[in-house]
Write a protein that binds this ligand. Structure first.
Ligand code: HXC
Length: 258
């Protein structure tokens, strides 16, 4: 498939790499990028041979935000009738696990895109923020909600009200990113994490993702009940038999993703 603003490669080990590719605009997220990222990831999501997808940008910018030049002339009716940015929600609804490999700027929509992914790895050069307020707008791809859930009210409120950015170390301390890796190691490390995830049973990984995500949607008691139902359900998979048999037999499991 031909995409203009992204590249998609199959990187082996049941993984795929999606790279944002608008270098002149620091990967600003216009509607075409949104459509291409969503179409490409949904196609990968349907592919039983893909177990994890890595999203990345360039060394300088994961994405410097939504495309300000595209939004600048829009009015309320334009935004409402095109339902601007709503298609991004579909990225968060993928069942296949995703890894964001963030180097450089992840601002505004770029930070929101990273937060739509399941595992967030940052290079030591990463910069995160929701600076929309400096442009007279607010986050529009879930930033006010996901950043607050990730780092708490104190930092989320300060970042959204002042536009201040966080470096990688602050983002890791705050719990926004799972780990920081040296810039040169970011992509190999992200692909290695993806290969590890993709080596697990795909349906079981999908259920683990669903269970963790449920924590953001419901009460503790309901979330634990939801987990318990999925936990019982994994005993209907061939991969549970294989995983536990392999342990007992002291060998590596060979999951069939069923
Ligand atoms: C459109 C952008 C862009 C963006 C950068 N560019 N960010 N174009 N939308 N978000 C373009 C610049 O206009 C410039 O194009 C080229 O990319 C290089 O950027 P420079 O500014 O020259 O680079 P540099 O000096 O290194 O500064 C990097 C930067 C700065 C600090 C990241 O570009 C910046 O502040 N960008 C905007 C960050 C931001 O506000 N993001 C939030 C967007 S709003 P030319 O043609 O001049 O070379 C958002 C809203 C989400 O995301 C939902 C609510 C509406």
């Amino acid at each position: 498939t031909d995409y203009e603003t992204i590249t998609v490669e199959r990187t082996g080990d049941r993984t795929a790499l999606l790279t944002l590719n608008r270098p002149k605009a620091l990967n600003a997220l216009n509607l075409q990028v949104m459509e291409e990222v969503v179409a490409a990831t949904e196609a990968l999501d349907r592919d039983p041979d893909i177990g994890c997808v890595v999203l990345t940008g360039s060394a300088k910018a994961f994405a410097a935000g939504a495309d300000i030049k595209e939004m600048q002339p829009q009015g309320y009716m334009d935004m409402y009738l095109t339902d601007w940015f709503t298609a991004w929600d579909r990225l968060g609804n993928l069942r296949t696990p995703t890894v964001a490999a963030v180097s450089g700027y992840a601002l505004g929509g770029g930070c929101e895109l990273a937060m739509l992914c399941d595992i967030l790895l940052a290079s030591d050069t990463a910069v995160f923020g929701q600076p929309e307020i400096k442009l007279g707008v607010i986050p529009g791809i879930g930033g006010s909600q996901r950043l607050t859930r990730a780092v708490g009210k104190a930092k989320a409120m300060e970042l959204c009200l002042t536009g201040r950015t966080m470096d990688a170390a602050e983002a890791e301390r705050a719990g926004l990113v799972s780990r920081i890796v040296p810039a040169d190691d970011l992509l190999p490390e992200a692909l290695a994490v993806a290969a590890t995830v993709a080596g697990m049973s795909k349906p079981v990984a999908m259920m683990a993702k669903e269970a963790v995500n449920r924590a953001f949607e419901t009460t503790l008691a309901e979330g634990v009940r939801f987990e318990r139902r999925l936990f019982h359900a994994v005993f209907a998979t061939a991969d549970q038999k294989e995983g536990m048999s392999a342990f007992v037999d002291k060998r590596a499991p060979d999951f069939t993703h069923r």
